[in-house]
Design a protein. Structure first.
Lengths: 278, 306
């Protein structure tokens, strides 16, 4: 693993609601809630800091509502954080993610980031064919040659093991696993150095899960893509992530090497989580 | 065109004398002119304006009509075209309405004589000049409406020049039909930024917008938008590098260019219709004024030769 930093997140917070001065001190794991008792705002994530290096997969683990998806959505510009900083390092350049204008954000989103959602409906346009979905992303990055777009789409679908004969079909005709593969192909279209995976295998059957996870690891090895994998599935964390963050009620309660966290969890919550799964 | 002799005969004609010159009040004209200036300043940008009620249904060219009425003055000569012809019902009615409400203006059917041309469906075959203004009536001003129903989001997409989803539509067309199937209203990029809906002109006319000598103004009455292709401005139809934009072909089965059955022209946009008596397919210039001009120069040549 290289020392090349891809992403640096510092003190990221996201509050839904108007918020008050006491929001942060009266929520979190020690209060067993993320709803502020004073103003009713929801502190979805608070004080999230981490680094991500090239070719690394960072796992974010936690129960539903722990703020793990919120963190990723903020980094992918689906939402704007309440406070905090994130720096993206790319080709010797640095981008302060939350101070970019809309066009710069869109540029990064389309060219340098990839996102795979749990639900393919969010990541794919169901009104155009599988190939068209990939074409959309290539067109966003200003590729304007039809046959090149076609070739690249075939290459990507081949890579993600979608039958290329079916590339002109609508995604709704595909099985869930296939849709997920098309979504991954779309995310990979521009060879992004940073990929966000939000519960990619949740809801798929076991054999399909295994194949998708294999694919993700292959991509990591071959493209040296840095990834953030959000999941509540310990199996996925164990297989994919080198380092893991455990979240609860919007806070990070434990971070470390995945083996360490799974074999020797320090926090009581993590201990319970690991014990219940194994 | 001056069959305006019998005025003051109908009550409406008498009543029209009570109206302001150009039917619209001066404030309305001023607002439209201001929107026109903004549209010219930002080529291709759809400027919203308060489209007025006109004494005809929206969708019958009220956008173009309001532009014409606020631009026209007594010294101007107007030509009105509908489907390429000066004599179709819509063109005749619009023209007589403008004649009625703008006393003192001249109207013509000849492109060369007009300095203001209001049109629907066609840009004249004869090249326009710098001193001419072309007003196009537009039913749907926003090219993005086929891919994005929310106007709010479309505005952001236009602002960021995000037209990838429109290109995906072209991609899907090529996948399904091996070519782009948009026949009219072809999305056209103005000055390398905004993509406009080029109003229901056929693809044939899209290249005429590029680097046009005349100012082209587009008005949508129902959708309340005005936009412009200023003179000498880039207007590029959306295309792929290896699947270029192409205009309609008029070749017959043997690959020969069809000609107009009237004037014999082999380089104009042709309309196809069935001859009522013989049941044969006939082709004729869509631009009736151009056809007449060709016919005239033909007979002049023949008489010279004879």
């Amino acid at each position: 693993m290289s020392n090349e930093k891809v992403l640096e997140v510092r003190n990221l917070s996201k509050v839904y609601g108007k918020g008050c001065a006491k929001c942060f001190e009266s929520t979190g794991p020690e209060h067993n809630t993320n709803i502020c008792p004073h103003c009713g705002s929801i502190v979805a994530a608070h004080d999230i800091s981490f680094d991500l290096y090239k070719g690394e997969i960072l796992g974010i683990m936690g129960e539903s509502g722990s703020g793990k998806s919120t963190a990723v959505k903020n980094l992918f510009f689906d939402e704007m954080p309440t406070s905090g900083q994130a720096t993206f390092f790319d080709d010797g350049k640095q981008y302060d993610l939350f101070s970019l204008n809309a066009q710069q954000k869109r540029h990064l989103r389309n060219h340098r980031f990839g996102m795979v959602y749990q639900n393919p409906v969010l990541g794919l346009n169901f009104n155009v064919s599988a190939g068209g979905n990939i074409a959309e992303r290539l067109l966003m990055s200003n590729l304007t040659n039809y046959s090149e777009i076609r070739e690249r789409a075939i290459e990507l679908l081949h890579r993600t093991e979608v039958l290329t004969e079916r590339m002109d079909e609508m995604p709704k005709n595909f099985s869930g696993g296939m849709q997920q593969r098309v979504q991954i192909a779309k995310a990979l279209a521009t060879n992004p150095p940073l990929l966000f995976l939000d519960e990619v295998t949740t809801g798929l059957d076991l054999s399909v899960q295994a194949a998708i996870l294999d694919l993700i690891m292959e991509i990591q090895r071959e493209n040296k893509t840095a990834m953030i994998a959000v999941t509540h599935d310990l199996g996925v964390i164990r297989l994919l992530a080198g380092r893991t963050i455990v979240m609860k009620y919007g806070r990070i309660i434990e971070t470390g090497l995945t083996d360490q966290i799974l074999e020797d969890p320090q926090d009581a919550y993590t201990q319970r989580l690991v014990a219940s799964a194994l | 065109m001056s069959n305006q002799a019998k005025t003051s005969d109908t009550p409406f004609r008498q009543a029209s004398a009570e109206y302001n010159f150009g039917f619209l009040d001066e404030y309305a004209k001023k607002e439209i002119r201001r929107s026109v200036l903004k549209a010219i300043a930002i080529p291709g940008y759809q400027v919203p304006y308060s489209s007025r009620e006109m004494p005809m249904g929206r969708g019958f060219g009220t956008g173009g009509l309001q532009l014409t009425l606020s631009l026209i003055g007594k010294q101007d000569t107007l030509k009105v075209i509908d489907q390429g012809s000066d004599d179709s019902v819509n063109a005749v009615n619009l023209r007589s309405f403008i004649e009625m409400t703008c006393p003192g203006i001249d109207t013509t059917t000849k492109v060369a004589e007009a300095n203001l041309i209001q049109s629907r469906h066609r840009i004249p075959e004869q090249a326009l000049r710098e001193d001419q203004v072309l007003v196009l009536q537009v039913p749907y001003p926003d090219a993005l409406v086929v891919v994005e129903p929310s106007e709010d989001k479309r505005k952001i997409m236009h602002g960021e020049a995000d037209y990838s989803r429109l290109l995906v539509k072209l991609y899907e067309d090529i996948v399904k039909f091996d070519e782009i199937t948009i026949s009219h209203r072809y999305p056209t990029r103005i000055n390398r930024h905004y993509v406009i809906d080029s109003s229901p002109i056929p693809r044939w006319d899209v290249p005429k917008m590029n680097d046009s000598k005349a100012l082209i103004l587009l008005g949508a009455g129902r959708e309340k938008k005005i936009y412009a292709v200023p003179p000498y401005t880039l207007a590029e139809p959306l295309e792929f590098d290896d699947v270029p934009f192409r205009v309609e072909g008029f070749n017959d089965e043997t690959g020969k260019r069809r000609t107009c059955h009237r004037c014999g022209c082999d380089h104009s946009f042709l309309d196809e219709f069935i001859d009522a008596r013989s049941g044969e397919k006939l082709y004729q210039c869509s631009d009736s004024d151009y056809c007449d001009e060709q016919l005239k120069s033909l007979s002049v040549n023949q008489s010279l030769e004879g």
